[in-house]
Design a protein around this ligand. Structure first.
Ligand code: PLP
Length: 340
């Protein structure tokens, strides 16, 4: 079977998960989106085995994928908004913690059934969601009818977060005491805050030991090609004698996708080209490594298949062989995940 396969060296990977759990104060594993490549259900099971008391999901619709696999509390990180029937229904579930980022939404939820459990979001310099520092003193009066589970502070990844974290923790604790739910703060910094911390971690947990993860793609076909011949959907001209290697993996697998934000400066743009994210003079370097080198795409990847050129005199791989492919796990969809 042809596939893009994620191979997890589970003993090593789980040792890393335990190391992060042991060193992160009040670790809250994050399972959202594509489940960092592993899938939400798998992460819920792993979080349960890690002994986490709370799991964080991104949006209300993701709760269904983790609810039965994880026995503890589930915090929904995207703030509650009026007019979302699913979020309102989940707020009544005693295992769900709802994030609230506006004073009006606190009022609305306080009128809902079952004294919903809430964390209240504080606006940071990231400027995404949250109640501004000046408005925090208004929060305690809106808490009757709710079960207050603490404050949430989502820091930017860039810059020195420690002083901002300290200032926002101080301001929020002055308004109402409760746990501080933090993201993107190193564990030692979080501990120095001297408050009850819940540290949410996704990438550094699930993808923090890249050597425990390996991605391969199956060789589906190999064709002899001559310089000047044309091939592919777009009948692109082949520049060298060699081999056209047909590989498992395409846009549906997230092959050759890179986040636009990753290409900020000239150096980063160059890196994006190298990893196959952008077109360079009509051709892109693919993320597939054959005989020790990344190889050029003939044309942009198809939905589930890619065409890659292998110039003479390199010996082509055999059909059925597994070759190394570099993917971004947060945008990847693997055909299978194999525990090794
Ligand atoms: C996604 C998210 C995280 C986890 O981010 P990583 O960079 O993957 O660790 C933490 N906190 C919030 C609020 C998030 O939305």
């Amino acid at each position: 079977m042809g596939a893009v396969t994620l191979r997890v060296e589970t003993t090593r990977w789980r040792a890393h998960l335990h190391r992060v759990a042991d060193t992160s104060p009040g670790l809250v594993p994050v399972a959202k989106g594509n489940g960092y490549g592993f899938g939400l259900g798998r992460l819920a099971v792993e979080a349960e085995q890690l002994g986490a008391g709370t799991l964080a999901v991104g949006v209300a619709a993701e709760v269904a994928a983790v609810h039965d696999q994880f026995g503890g509390d589930i915090v929904i990180m995207t703030p509650f908004r009026p007019g979302d029937p699913l979020a309102l229904q989940l707020a009544a579930d005693p295992r769900i913690i709802t994030t609230v980022s506006r004073l009006d939404d606190l009022t609305l939820l306080a009128g809902a059934a079952g004294s919903p459990r809430v964390v209240v979001e504080v606006l940071t310099t990231m400027c995404r969601h949250g109640i501004a520092v000046d408005d925090l003193p208004a929060v305690p009066d809106l808490l009757p009818g709710l079960t207050f589970e603490g404050w949430t502070i989502h820091l930017p990844i860039a810059g020195n977060q420690a002083p901002e974290a300290a200032a926002l923790v101080r301001a929020s604790q002055a308004a109402a005491p409760g746990p501080s739910w933090l993201s993107h703060l190193p564990a030692d910094r979080a501990r120095q805050l001297g408050v009850d911390v819940r540290l949410r971690v996704g990438t550094k947990l699930w993808l923090g030991d890249p050597a425990s993860l390996r991605t391969t793609a199956t060789v589906l076909d190999v064709h002899r090609v001559r310089r000047g011949e044309h091939a592919g959907y777009r009948l692109r001209r082949v520049g060298h004698d060699g081999w056209l290697v047909v590989l498992a993996g395409g846009t549906a697998n997230g092959i050759a996708l890179s986040a636009p934000t990753a290409a900020a400066g000239p150096r980063q743009r160059a890196l994006a080209v190298i990893s196959g994210g952008l077109e360079a003079s009509g051709r892109s370097l693919s993320p597939y490594t054959i005989a020790g080198k990344k190889r050029w795409f003939l044309e942009p990847p198809h939905m589930q298949v890619s065409l890659v050129l292998l110039p003479d005199p390199v010996t082509p791989p055999a059909v059925g062989e597994e070759i190394e492919v570099q993917v971004r796990n947060t945008t990847a969809l693997f055909d299978r995940i194999v525990d090794a």
